[in-house]
Design a protein around this ligand. Structure first.
Ligand SMILES: Nc1ncnc2c1ncn2[C@@H]1O[C@H](COP(=O)(O)OP(=O)(O)O)[C@@H](O)[C@H]1O
Ligand SMILES: [Mg+2]
Length: 619
């Protein structure tokens, strides 16, 4: 009783139940077995009680001791069967529930990986996490206990009422009256406490969200001396939770004592009336004995029935939320062009081959069932590309650009100009609204995403490191890389020296996004991770923004030698970083306003010139 889940009723109960049943799929027979065992358990209980009547009437009153022993043994066996059935279905249910929930979590994870980035933009992390945790948990709980308890209490209530009427219908009117009273009270009370529990749940969510923000934003809180305001806010939310909790629990706390006193009252009245009935020979002693035992067991199943119904509804709405996420449209991938290993023949043509010579080619299916090989070079072009994250607001307007293999292309422009957005489109993180992006002359929409992303290495602006060792994090870029490869990549990214100075070197564990490293060191690891993949196209989005200029120069030299003959896109704040780029594109409000080499742009005396000279003044 102490446990309660705030729940929202599912929007479409039937559909959700059917879908959940689908998960039970192969377990349907087991579920049926569970229902049968539950019924046996409950019926054994009811029958056992009924046996009291013949025990008293036929054996105790006449004094038939051997017969009595036999009957007691029979009752014992009956209750034993009940206990065994209960143990049996509990074990089955635990296994089934865990299996079903793990299957749901499995599907959810697979689906989550297939969702487009726009889905993650529109949902909070907490929301997505709770599908895996609390929502999956309520389903597990409901399958674990609510399902059987509901059947059990349903059977016990019905069975008890039937037996009461069979034993003495006149007397049973008293019980029916009290049961109706209890039913009304439970209805009223649970409706009320449901309202308050939902309120409590919402307040709890608000409080824990606030605490979470405060814990993750610790540093910012201290920087701005925001402790006092945050404390006030915390007190306000804490107080709201206290009030809602008090109301909820005082209502639900009334439930058990009221039901218990009603049931005692019921018992007392039934016993008195039963005594009078017995005196008037309207009931025999045996029937009265089992009758009174039945009376005592009417209250609890009723209470249990309502409560489990609530749990079940909570689980169904959790399941509904999970199914909603499972129904979210996955990233579309209609691409048919794949990447394959290739070998150049003496006549200059390409053929597919298995052992890698480090040459890759695009394998384009032809209409006649054959395929054509296009060498992977890293030629990227944008034709009149228009894009917006939301339909209302266009971020990029008619972008045209080309990057020939081996060129280093730089994007410069003020914050929010759309530099990262352009990069996101090459990788097909988002779909363009109109125009075309080609890669080695092929429309990127025709290339399978997996292969497209394999051919591009990217250091994204908001670097993320995973929990694991430094070596693991670098190896993330190419899982079969040897320790030697890892070290070479680290050297290339100028990360080797700082890593070796760490007490555990490459085996140093990183936690919570590399919190034990400096921002610049995190960037160096991200660069090493991209370098180890040895890609034909490398994209660096402000990859060295937190690194000192000397280290940046070193990385630049390393990258230049690694990427010789391959394409590099660089976005950088410091214009000194992009000086040696083949072409510099100046972006403003989603449009390319200038294009040229460093010298050409300076001569133009336009935006680039201003940015460049402005930076000079700063330095
Ligand atoms: N995931 C997103 N959803 C909606 N708008 C976005 C998203 N990411 C960026 N934007 C918007 O797109 C514009 C360009 O952003 P971005 O390309 O990141 O700029 P930057 O040139 O600084 O890299 C900004 O106005 C930003 O508000
Ligand atoms: Mg950016």
């Amino acid at each position: 009783m102490a446990r309660y889940v705030g729940y929202k009723k599912p929007k479409n109960t039937k559909k959700t139940v059917l879908r959940l049943m689908h998960y039970l799929g192969s377990h349907k027979i087991l579920l049926f077995l569970v229902a049968v065992l539950t019924a046996i358990g409950s019926l054994a209980n009811i029958m056992g009680t009924y046996l009291l009547k013949p025990v008293v009437n036929n054996y105790i009153l006449p004094g038939d001791i051997p017969g009595l022993l036999k009957m007691v043994l029979l009752m014992g066996l009956m209750y034993l069967a009940g206990v065994l059935a209960t143990l049996g279905y509990n074990q089955l249910m635990v296994r089934m529930a865990q299996k079903v929930v793990s299957e749901i979590r499995h599907d959810l994870f697979v689906h989550t990986q297939s969702l487009p980035l726009s889905y993650f933009d529109a949902h909070t992390h907490g929301e997505l996490m709770s599908r895996f945790t609390s929502d999956a948990d309520t389903i597990s709980e409901a399958l674990n206990s609510s399902f059987t308890l509901l059947i059990q209490s349903g059977i016990i209530i019905t069975g008890t009422i039937v037996m009461l009427v069979v034993l003495n219908w006149r007397l049973s009117l008293i019980v029916l009256f009290f049961m109706a009273l209890m039913f009304l009270f439970i209805q009223f009370n649970s409706r009320r406490s449901h309202k308050y529990f939902t309120e409590q749940q919402n307040n709890l969510g608000s409080l824990s969200g606030f605490v979470e923000e405060m814990v993750t934003g610790q540093k910012v809180e201290k920087v701005f001396n925001h402790e006092a305001q945050d404390f006030d806010e915390f007190c306000r939310r804490n107080e709201a939770l206290r009030k809602a909790g008090t109301r909820a629990l005082s209502y639900s706390g009334m439930m058990i004592p009221t039901i218990v006193s009603l049931s005692y009252f019921n018992y007392a009245v039934s016993a008195c009336m039963g005594g009078l009935f017995a005196l008037a020979n309207l009931i025999d002693i045996g029937s009265l004995t089992s009758y009174l035992v039945y009376v005592r067991q009417t209250a609890m199943p009723m209470n249990q029935f309502t409560q489990q119904m609530n749990f079940l509804l909570a689980a169904l709405s959790g399941a509904e939320r999970i199914f909603e996420m499972l129904d979210a449209e996955p990233e579309t991938d209609e691409g048919t062009i794949t990447l394959c290993k290739a070998e150049e023949q003496p006549d200059g043509t390409l053929t597919q081959c298995e052992p890698s010579r480090g040459v890759y080619a695009w394998k384009c299916p032809e209409a006649d069932g054959g395929f054509r090989l296009v060498p992977l070079k890293g030629d990227v072009r944008f034709f009149d590309v228009v894009f917006g994250y939301t339909p209302e607001k266009k971020i990029l307007n008619h972008i045209n650009l080309y990057a020939k293999p081996g060129q280093k292309i730089a994007f410069v422009g003020s914050t929010g100009a759309g530099k990262t957005t352009i990069i996101n489109l090459i990788n097909r993180f988002y779909e363009i609204d109109s125009g075309t992006i080609t890669y080695d002359g092929l429309d990127v929409r025709d290339i399978r995403k997996k292969d497209l992303r394999f051919s591009l290495s990217m250091v994204i602006q908001d670097t993320h490191l995973f929990t694991g060792t430094i070596a693991d994090n670098i190896r993330y870029g190419r899982l079969d890389a040897s320790d030697e490869d890892v070290r070479r990549a680290a050297k290339l990214a100028s990360a080797d020296s700082f890593i070796r100075r760490l007490p555990k070197g490459y085996d140093t564990m990183l936690y919570s996004d590399g919190g034990n490293l400096s921002q610049g060191q995190r960037q160096l690891l991200a660069i090493a991770r991209a370098a180890i993949a040895d890609p034909p196209v490398l994209i660096l989005d402000e990859a060295t923004s937190s690194v000192d200029t000397a280290t940046e120069r070193m990385i630049e030299r390393g990258m230049d030698s690694l990427m010789e003959g391959r394409t590099v896109f660089v976005i950088a704040h410091r214009l000194s970083t992009v000086r040696n780029a083949k072409a510099i594109l100046v972006l403003e409000h989603g449009e390319i306003i200038e294009r040229g080499s460093h010298e050409e742009l300076l001569e133009m005396k336009g935006r680039y010139y201003k940015l460049y000279t402005g930076q000079f003044e700063l330095e």
